[in-house]
Design a protein around this ligand. Sequence first.
Ligand code: 5GP
Length: 188
Amino acid sequence: MQVPLERIVFSGEEIASRVQELGAEITRDYLDEYGPEAEAVLVNVLKGGFVFLADLVRCLEFSVVIDFLAITSYAGDGASTGGVRIMKDLTESIYRRDVLVVEDIVDTGLTLSYILRNLSSRKPRSLKVCTFLDRLSSRIVPLQVDYRCFEVGEEFVVGYGLDYGQKWRNLGYVCTLRLEEHPRSDCP
Ligand code: 5GP
């Protein structure tokens, strides 16, 4: 496998140690708030979030239930309306449960704001957000991110679940690629 690597942004070691730290913080918060019976439904947004989810859950020391949501943007809709549709819905009910959305990256916030609106209409007891990467400088929709591993700059990144044209999700680190075209126009 020839990776057209430009720069490693976060190494595997950095990621592992930060995920462990964040897992401990989330564990503390949920146990403080809900006691030893704490249970969260982790809603993972496919596909980019699956690697982060797999590592994060093993650092959480309270009950968790995992569920998946797949969404897609649809063409012909303006950004302001958040042209997003659910392609695969949850299998679990989240009514009166404590939900933690696990995302790969929050960029403009349009995708996540749609997801949060949709999930909150199902009346969970609590609804929090945990993202692997946060690109605060690109935010269009203001929203609260409760937990983040790292803040990331403008550059398009791949690896650790994040893709370019469905590739490079299997890299154990986050990097930028040497590319002819700027890939941000390729984002869903
Ligand atoms: P938002 O709706 O917040 O603008 O977009 C979030 C989605 O855009 C992410 O879930 C991800 O699929 C994609 N995305 C945004 N920035 C990047 C990036 O730097 N790398 C990759 N691989 N995907 C990105």
